[in-house]
Design a protein around this ligand. Structure first.
Ligand SMILES: [Zn+2]
Length: 166
């Protein structure tokens, strides 16, 4: 019995050890949650040096988590960005999240079309996320309330199954 008790803390510590990005500093940072259909997301504003699994050259990083994701946004970029920059950043990361949770990383069959947004978006995974961000903006403008940030009107966000680029 005493041995069993000693084992418990070690077992409880395992999941955190497997997810180096989910440091207590990231999970304790300022943020919010969103829910889109079955997909649930946690958003955290952190300095990009804390991204861990993603390059610190980026300003956003999305990690699959259960039926949703953990979205990390560079705190400085997000808070100082224009409304357009904020929307494109958050909706792009949400696009990655929905690509995983709804499309099983099928990228909406976008192929290399994302290159119209820039060379970075040529790979289908980035092209889909950016196409989702543009579709989001076309539908909801810079209203981020549907993604859990700020106050705004209700807006039905684009269905990832219908996003195929412009
Ligand atoms: Zn991306």
């Amino acid at each position: 019995m005493p041995m069993f008790r000693r084992l418990l803390p070690a077992l409880a510590a395992l999941p955190l050890a497997l997810l180096p990005a989910c440091s207590p500093r990231v999970l304790g940072a300022e943020g919010w949650t969103f829910r889109l259909g079955e997909t649930q997301g946690e958003v955290r504003l952190v300095p990009r040096q804390e991204f861990g699994v993603c390059s610190a050259k980026l300003v956003g990083c999305t990690i699959p988590l259960g039926h949703g994701c953990l979205v990390m946004l560079d705190r400085t970029y997000f808070l100082n960005g224009t409304p357009r920059q904020r929307t494109l950043l958050l909706a792009h990361e949400v696009g990655h999240c929905l690509d995983g949770s709804v499309l099983e990383y099928g990228h909406g069959s976008i192929g290399a079309q994302g290159v119209v947004y820039g060379e970075y978006y040529r790979p289908a995974v980035e092209g889909f996320a950016e196409a989702y961000a543009r579709a989001y903006r076309a539908q909801c403008g810079d209203n981020l309330a549907p993604l859990g940030y700020g106050v705004g009107e209700t807006c039905t966000v684009p269905d990832p199954r219908g996003v195929v680029g412009r």
